[in-house]
Design a binder for this molecule. Structure first.
Ligand code: GLA
Length: 354
């Protein structure tokens, strides 16, 4: 069989953070930063990462976690085997320009590049939604990160020029056109914090416990009366999620009416809420948001799980470059990290490269 080349995008979440595991609303877009897999079928797995200069190799009958990036690949096999799907190996090279650990969904992007390849190479006939669920399960059960569906759905279902208003309970998605004047800047702070993982798990635990106490399945159905019944920590986190769900609906409507300035204001409010009440920000993220707004962006907020990673900044196309450059030069004077920014486009989901 000939070599297949798969282009798997990262994502930026415009609004709706830490709501997916409470089955609320999110509004991401796939972006034109990719993991590229060039592979051909084989009896075992042997993938070389040109970014890391490392090789992941294993036999299909030996799926043992090794604590490195090969776990994302093994996780996909783990779920397929568990489901009784017969599938062979892959040999090839992984490259691309999507940074890892930047809060841009790179693990899901890698998992899906492999799964999308296997789906074609071995005619598995999986739908995009099935692939999203398999990749999420790989992450939850094999890698050990209890993430929601945000990253996987975005990488598969993205549409050029659009954000996705996604109900993560029903997996129902409405595509919302991003007004052509809005530029999306992703500012990677250069901060990768391990604490993020533990804190994420802890937030999720409290949120799920709170939902259980109320007998609720999804955060979408909670009222202020419900929240009042909860103990303080549960109330604090779930109140944030209820407000964030409302903001996702608001941003969808504001985007439709083309009111970029108002969208920006909601983003800033969301960041404040994430920082103060949900407790997942850090000085680098707060600084980036503040400076972006001061330099004339419509708005900005942390994107992804937080504790480092990236900020999404919305600015008019004519100002994007100067806002991004301005934030960058101020940031490097204040912090010792190596930040990087990307002016990205909302893009189509995973596909074969032409
Ligand atoms: C990570 C997870 C997502 C989501 C975000 C926070 O990116 O992978 O499922 O929970 O954090 O919104």
């Amino acid at each position: 069989m000939r070599t297949l080349t798969i282009k798997s995008p990262g994502r930026v979440n415009l609004i709706g953070e830490h709501t997916d595991y409470a089955l609320g609303y999110v509004m991401p877009a796939a972006i034109n930063l990719y993991i590229v897999l060039e592979g051909r079928p084989s009896t075992a797995v042997r993938l070389q990462s040109s970014m890391l200069g490392e090789v992941a190799g294993f036999d299909l009958c030996n799926l043992v976690r090794s604590g490195d990036w090969s776990d994302y690949v093994k996780g996909i096999y783990y779920v397929l085997v568990k489901r009784g799907v017969r599938v062979g190996g892959v040999e090839g090279v992984i490259s691309g320009n999507l940074p890892a650990g930047a809060g841009l969904g790179s693990s899901a992007s890698l998992e899906l590049a492999v799964l999308y390849f296997l789906n074609q190479a071995y005619s598995l006939k999986l739908s995009r939604i099935e692939m999203a669920l398999i990749a999420k399960e790989a992450e939850n059960e094999f890698v050990g990160v209890p993430c929601g569906i945000l990253d996987q759905f975005s990488a598969l279902m993205g549409r050029r020029g659009h954000a996705m208003f996604l109900d993560t309970e029903l997996l129902r998605c409405e595509y919302v056109l991003i007004p052509s004047d809005i530029a999306i800047i992703v500012f990677f702070t250069g901060v990768k914090r391990e604490i993020g993982r533990t804190a994420y798990i802890e937030r999720r635990r409290v949120v799920e416990e709170g939902l259980r106490m109320l007998g609720a399945w999804s955060s979408k159905y909670l009222s202020s009366g419900d929240l009042a019944k909860l103990p303080a920590a549960h109330r604090r986190y779930l109140s944030y999620i209820v407000r964030e769900n409302e903001r996702v609906v608001k941003v969808r409507d504001l985007l439709k009416s083309g009111d970029a300035a108002a969208v920006g204001e909601v983003l800033v409010e969301a960041h404040e809420d994430l920082a103060v009440n949900y407790g997942v920000s850090c000085p680098e993220l707060d600084f980036t948001v503040r400076e972006a707004v001061r330099l004339g962006a419509y708005g900005a907020r942390l994107t992804g799980a937080g504790f480092g990673g990236s900020v999404v900044i919305l600015a008019s196309k004519s100002r994007a470059e100067s806002v991004a450059e301005g934030v960058l030069s101020r940031y490097v004077r204040k912090f010792p990290w190596s930040p990087k920014y990307f002016i990205v486009e909302a893009s189509d989901g995973i596909s074969n490269a032409r």
